[in-house]
Write a protein that binds this ligand. Structure first.
Ligand SMILES: [Zn+2]
Ligand SMILES: [Zn+2]
Length: 535
């Protein structure tokens, strides 16, 4: 797009909401550059398609200038470009968050984090935020058009009386409704999309080439059919909600159960249009890992992958362990009977965090929340789509991690209180105490062991299975020693040592795994046919 004054390159200025010339500063309206529909049917004018040699991602630049690095893998190799017929979107939400605002949002988020790598706070690095459009599908869904008859009722209280009213309702559904938009790019992680959602429909515009001037875009590569099931479900639900609202929020007695709703309404997908949503995108690369910071270009909501600096993490853990030791020697005169159950408890507590981490890695490795990814790579994943679906539903309804952490820390807290209170003291250091407590811990651990295994078996790296087993075995041993009641102390200390080894193994694996979850492997978007041939 050229400046009318000096024929310099025009850019979309987010603060002004207008086009601005880089050379002479002339400002013009986006509307002055209507799309040239006669010349190129549905092609983005002047767009070039860049293919990253490193990861295979395809990026679109609406400018003449070359793309200097890849958004997804951070590679700075020259990207291959071709003038190409990039299909233009039907709708677009223009940027409203400027680069300066975006950088402030990011800096605020990162400033409170102690463990992040130094580079995250480097101004030169932050400068690399890039304005980027993510393609989405917007679905048109139609419904049956004959009048629907329902029974409806409404209960309300007025002037101290309860009223109950019955209605016979006859309504006609809207001719068509838009389904919720779905990610049309396999490159963009759905979990990130969920974090930075929503984008307000209020800012939706018909596509104008001016909105893209100076920006970049991801090229759509997910087929519109992928989301058909979800789209029909969601659109049917929305149609019913809309119908209720139009009738003054009465309770409708729908003649069908929820599952059959879309059949009853005869929901039908009529078509899908592309929509471009704005994000600011920053890529951090180290060795073979990448991390992303993504800011919603309309609302300013942010997602950051935050890897931890390992040396800091280790120091933190060491200080924690030291404090625990001091606390113990101050308040409890340690006996071998005490040591055995306390070591078992430690295994259980470390295991809570460990279990949580295993679940997170399982979800990420199997792209549980990343539906767009499943199209071409789904078959390579060890987890079935059915199982993934169950996990998604469970995650939406219940947070087991919170419950586990609350239970574990509550348990630890009670023991400490009892220990300090003195009344429990005799019990805690006795043989009987060792037997009872290791037994309780063993029961808890056994229950959790099966859950842990259920998560660990879906991981690519199977060493966690062994570590989970080690955790259970160490507690079994602790209980066996306590109930066998050997006289010699060293039996108990050996048991504690085995427990400590199991807890350490979990901690080490946790640290190694942590940076795997907070960063991502280098992406690869090449079509993988007949196995991995990139070795
Ligand atoms: Zn100019
Ligand atoms: Zn790349």
């Amino acid at each position: 797009m050229k400046c009318p004054n000096c024929s310099g390159t025009l850019y979309y200025d987010i603060a002004l909401k207008k086009l601005k010339c880089q050379s002479c500063g002339t400002v013009s309206d986006v509307k002055d550059y209507e799309e040239d529909t006669s010349a190129s049917e549905d092609i983005i004018e002047g767009a070039r398609l860049y293919t990253c040699k490193n990861c295979g991602a395809e990026l679109i630049s609406a400018n003449d200038e070359a793309v200097s690095f890849c958004t997804y893998c951070g590679s700075q190799q020259l990207l291959q470009s071709q003038m190409s017929g990039v299909k233009r979107p039907k709708y677009i939400i223009p940027f409203s968050v400027t680069k300066d605002q975006c950088k402030k949002i990011y800096e605020k988020e990162v400033s409170s984090k102690v463990f992040v790598p130094k580079e995250f706070k480097d101004p030169d690095f932050i400068e690399r935020f890039r304005p980027f459009f993510i393609p989405y599908w917007m679905y048109r869904v139609s419904f049956r058009q004959d009048p629907l008859r329902f029974k409806g009722h409404k209960t309300y209280t007025a002037g101290g009386y309860d009223y109950f009213e019955d209605y016979d309702v006859s309504v006609k559904l809207d001719e068509s409704a838009y389904g919720v938009p779905y990610d049309a790019s396999r490159n963009f992680d759905d979990a990130i999309a969920e974090h930075i959602a929503p984008f307000s429909r209020k800012y939706l515009r018909n596509y104008q080439p001016g909105y893209l001037a100076g920006m970049y875009a991801d090229s759509p590569n997910v087929d519109a059919d992928v989301y058909e099931k979800e789209v029909l479900e969601k659109a049917s639900h929305m149609a019913v909600e809309k119908m209720k609202a139009s009738l003054g929020n009465i309770e409708l007695e729908l003649p069908v159960r929820k599952k059959k709703l879309q059949e009853f309404l005869m929901a039908k997908k009529e078509g899908a249009d592309t929509l471009y949503l704005p994000v600011w995108f920053l890529t951090w690369k180290k060795d073979d890992r990448v991390a992303y910071a993504v800011v919603n270009g309309q609302s300013g909501k942010i997602h950051i992958d935050l890897p931890a600096d390992m040396s800091m993490f280790t120091k933190y853990t060491a200080i924690g362990a030291g404090l625990l030791f001091v606390l113990l020697t101050l308040f409890v005169s340690v006996t071998s009977r005490f040591v055995i159950w306390f070591a078992a408890l430690l295994v259980y507590l470390v295991g809570i965090r460990y279990h949580q981490e295993l679940k997170q890695i399982r979800n990420r490795e199997n792209h549980v929340f990343d539906k767009g990814y499943l199209l071409s790579d789904g078959k390579e994943l060890p987890m079935s789509e059915k199982k993934r679906d169950r996990l998604r539903k469970r995650a939406a309804s219940y947070n087991g991690n919170v419950a586990a952490i609350l239970m574990g820390s509550g348990l630890a807290f009670c023991f400490l209180i009892f220990a300090v209170a003195g009344e429990m003291y005799d019990f805690l250091v006795s043989q009987q105490g060792a037997i009872v407590l290791t037994f309780i811990i063993l029961v808890l651990e056994t229950v959790r062991f099966f859950k842990q295994i259920a998560a660990a078996r879906y991981l690519k790296n199977k060493r966690s299975l062994f570590i989970c087993f080690l955790g259970l075995a160490s507690i079994v041993y602790a209980f066996a020693v306590a109930s066998a009641e050997p006289v010699q102390d060293w039996w108990y200390y050996l048991g504690a040592l085995i427990c400590l080894m199991a807890a350490s193994a979990m901690s080490i694996d946790l640290i190694l795994r942590y940076n795997e979850t907070s960063t991502r492997p280098l992406p690869s978007f090449y079509e993988r046919k007949g196995g991995n041939d990139r070795a």
